[in-house]
Every structure is written in structure tokens, then in C-alpha cells.
Ligand binder design. Sequence first.
Ligand SMILES: NC(=O)C1=CN([C@@H]2O[C@H](COP(=O)(O)OP(=O)(O)OC[C@H]3O[C@@H](n4cnc5c(N)ncnc54)[C@H](OP(=O)(O)O)[C@@H]3O)[C@@H](O)[C@H]2O)C=CC1
Ligand SMILES: O=C(CO)[C@H](O)[C@H](O)COP(=O)(O)O
Length: 469
Amino acid sequence: MIKADIGLIGLGVMGQNLALNIARNGYAVSVFNKTEEKTREFIDEKVKEEKIYPFYTLKNFVESLKKPRKIILIIKAGTPVDDVINELLSYLEKGDLIVDSGNSYFMDTSRRLKVLKEKNILFLGMGISGGEYGALYGPSLMPGGTKEAYELIKDVLLKVAAKTGDGPCCTYVGNDSAGHFVKMVHNGIEYAIMQLIAEVYDFMRKILNMTNEEIGDVFERWNQEELDSYLMEISYKIMKYKDKETGGFLLDYILDKAEQKGTGKWTAQTSLDLGVPTPTLNLAVEARVISHYKEERKTLSKLYSKEKNTISVNKEEMIEHLKKTLLFGVFMSFSQGLWLIYEASKQYNYGVDLSEILRIWKGGCIIRAKILDFLRDIIRENEKYANLLHSDKSIDFIKDKLNSVYQVLEIGRNYRIPLMIINSAVDYYFALTEENLPANLIQAQRDFFGAHTYERVDKEGIFHTEWEK
Ligand SMILES: NC(=O)C1=CN([C@@H]2O[C@H](COP(=O)(O)OP(=O)(O)OC[C@H]3O[C@@H](n4cnc5c(N)ncnc54)[C@H](OP(=O)(O)O)[C@@H]3O)[C@@H](O)[C@H]2O)C=CC1
Ligand SMILES: O=C(CO)[C@H](O)[C@H](O)COP(=O)(O)O
């Protein structure tokens, strides 16, 4: 009778490759998928010598595992996770472990942890990043929950994770739902960087009149410099990719409506709940939402004539300005995301080590980037400042980029192209480094209409004024 080391449920894009990755690292893996056909296809078409065993009932699947059982779920987030856990509970025993590695909402993970603890089942909420390629060759893994649960599966996770010069891209992220929280923010940052690159592309094609090929060349060059990152790499490849059907660039045939599955929106919602400013991450979600109104945009674009103040620009200089703008935006995106993780870690007692998070994001994951080493140096320099802007290194970095950001924004405005996220990054910087904001007027207005009271700058206390008396 088969006794496998690991069980994996969910043979979708990620699950198939993760199963292969685990098996290729020397483990015997039992697999189960809701739709049987997918399991059969996987076994017939993808599995070669790997020790991967298919099961068609959960009972047989569970019985095929060595005790204590270790089961990785990698299925659609939400109700399916609850359904599968509930079904599994009929067959699991005290001390068995479930690892949910889908993009689950962190509050769901906290709830599941409590329920499963009462049933003596160990549980980890584990973020995974790297897409289908990462799942196969080495993802970045962000497990959170109890240390006891992590210890049970640590060896497997460290083996299958991506490796960099700083070790495997997996660490114990922290207590409770820390793993899924960190993955959620990872995705919030991912949305922001994707939107930043998209705005730069828009600028290049509409203002600098660059072809996809030319933009691809610039992105490729940037990818060998400070902007070296996975998202830059795929963007230059996308720029140059030809459509098999038409022979044109595939990108030009893709409808400009961005989809989303929820993690970016949860990041924005959570930052508002916790009161941490992450405007760049939030606006990246808004940008996707606006993109969805294609018909509306089409109609309105005809109603409003776009008088563009064309001004002459030096293309090569502008490309350099765009590079610095992108670096500035990427820095602000990470800065906002890390601050959010830091505050959440305090609020929820996660115990997250930000430097470790930056380390495990260096390989395998979608937001891996050369700039992470620089950010890590800043974090390690002074751990009490989760807000990166405090560091001298940041001040020098930002000063070097600002003029370029201003140039890009000014020209973008003259040509009327939306640069929402670049604007948000610079406004975040302006607001956060401004001693006197106009919030005094907001407080006065609130007190005027709702007797909400205010504090004064010249004396302690809470005050209210009868404004019309
Ligand atoms: N794709 C990516 O780049 C990444 C995805 N993720 C996350 O990993 C998880 C899996 O993603 P991915 O592999 O891309 O998704 P797919 O859409 O390719 O696969 C979804 C999987 O979920 C299963 N499933 C759906 N509904 C149920 C249900 N009610 N009960 C049991 N199983 C169900 C499907 O089974 P069936 O075949 O029977 O429909 C299938 O195995 C998701 O949470 C996703 O957000 C995380 C990082 C990266
Ligand atoms: O987690 C991921 C990458 O890190 C998934 O690919 C996720 O689906 C991306 O988010 P969205 O679909 O909302 O763009």
C-alpha cells in the first residue's frame, strides 16, 4: 500500500506544477482534484518518473499518506477551501497538518486556524508566489501559523522554494494569518508595479511615439540595470511578442480591461482599516477598475476633445527620466507595502521580520527585483523605522529621482495621459514629508457641521466652536 510523504489537493495551473516540484525534490506525493478528468490528464500527460499517485476519493487520498499527514491545498480561494477542509475533517486525525497555499483572505485564515485548533488539526496559511513557472522550478513561499505546524513541513518547503545567494525563498513568516497577510500585500505591491510599468509604456507609445519593439528594447536594457526584476523581464518579452494569427504585436490585440481576483482590493481595504497610507497600492486597484469601463471610456473620449499642448521633448533624456520615475514609484510601492505589514504585525501580533520578507521575495516571486537588496539594507539599518522614508539612503535615492518624476508628470499632463499611480507616489511623498497639511480646515469643517471637535496647536485639550454664533 502506498504511503506518500505529502498530499496535494488541487491540480490547477499551480497545483500540477507544485506537485511535480515536490516530487522532483525526492518526495512521494498523493494528488486529488475535484474534477477527476483533470487528475487523469495530469497523470497521463505530465507525470513521468515522479512518485505522484492519483486518488479519486478524499478518503483513499487521506489513507495513502504517512502520519502525521501533511496536505497542501492549492485551490480557488473562498468557500471551496472551507468545503474541502470540512470534508477532510472526517478522515484526519489529531496532529495532521493542512497547508492552504491559495490566495486566501487573511481573515478567513485566522478563522480556520481557530476552528482547526479546536479539532487538534495543525494549519498553515501559506502565500505562494511565482506563477506556474515558479511553482515548478521554485516559488517564494510565505507560511504563517504556529511554529509547530511549520516545523512539520519545513524541510519540504525549504527544498521546493526558489534559492538565491541569501538562501531558500521560504521562511516562517509569523503567527496566525501572517503568511496570507504578507502574500496579500505582496500582491498589492505587484498591482502597483504592474500599473507603473503600464503608465510608462503609455507615455512611451503616446508621447515619445515609440514602437513596441523600441519600448521592448528599452525595457530589456533597464532589466540589466537597477530596474532588473521579473516584471520588467516579462514586460520586455511581452512588448516583442508577435501574434501567431495576425503577425502583429499580440499586445496591440489585447483588450485594455484589466481583471482582478481580489488580493489587491483586500490590500487597499485593509490599509484603510488599519489606517496605514498606501495610496499607490490603492490607486493601482482603481486603475484596473476604471479600465473596465471600456464602453464608457469609448463614448466619453468622443465627447471630450483632447486639446494636447504638444511640447518638444528630447527622447533619450525622457527615457532616462522615465527610468528614474519607475524606480521612484517602485520604491514608494514597496515602502507603503512594508509599512502596512509592519503595522499589521503589531496589530495582529504576527511577529513578522521585514528583512526576512524582503529576503524571501528576492527569488521565485512575481515582485522579485534587484531593488530588494537596497530596501533590505535600509530596513536592517534601523528596524524601528518600517517607513523607509526615514533613512538617509532613501533621502539620497529620492532626491536623485525627483526632477525626473516632475518632468514626466508635467509632460504627461500636457499630453493628457493618465498617470494616476505615478502622481499618487509623488503626492504620497509630498504629503508625508509636509509638516503643515490642510487637515486643520477639514477638522474645522467637521466641527462646524457635526460638532466633532478639534485639537489646537497652541494648547492641550479637545475643543468645539459654535461657528455661526
Ligand atoms: N495562477 C497563479 O499565478 C497563482 C495562483 N495562486 C492561487 O493558488 C490557487 C490556485 O490557483 P490556480 O492553480 O491558478 O487556479 P486554477 O483555476 O488553475 O485551479 C483552481 C483549482 O481549484 C479547484 N477548485 C475550484 N473550486 C473547487 C471546489 N469547490 N472544491 C474543490 N476544488 C475546487 C479546481 O478544481 P477543478 O479542476 O475540479 O475545477 C482547481 O484544481 C488560487 O487560490 C490562486 O489565487 C497563487 C499564486 C499564483
Ligand atoms: O497571486 C498571484 C501572483 O502573485 C496570482 O497570479 C493572482 O491571481 C494575481 O492577482 P490578480 O489575478 O488579481 O491580478
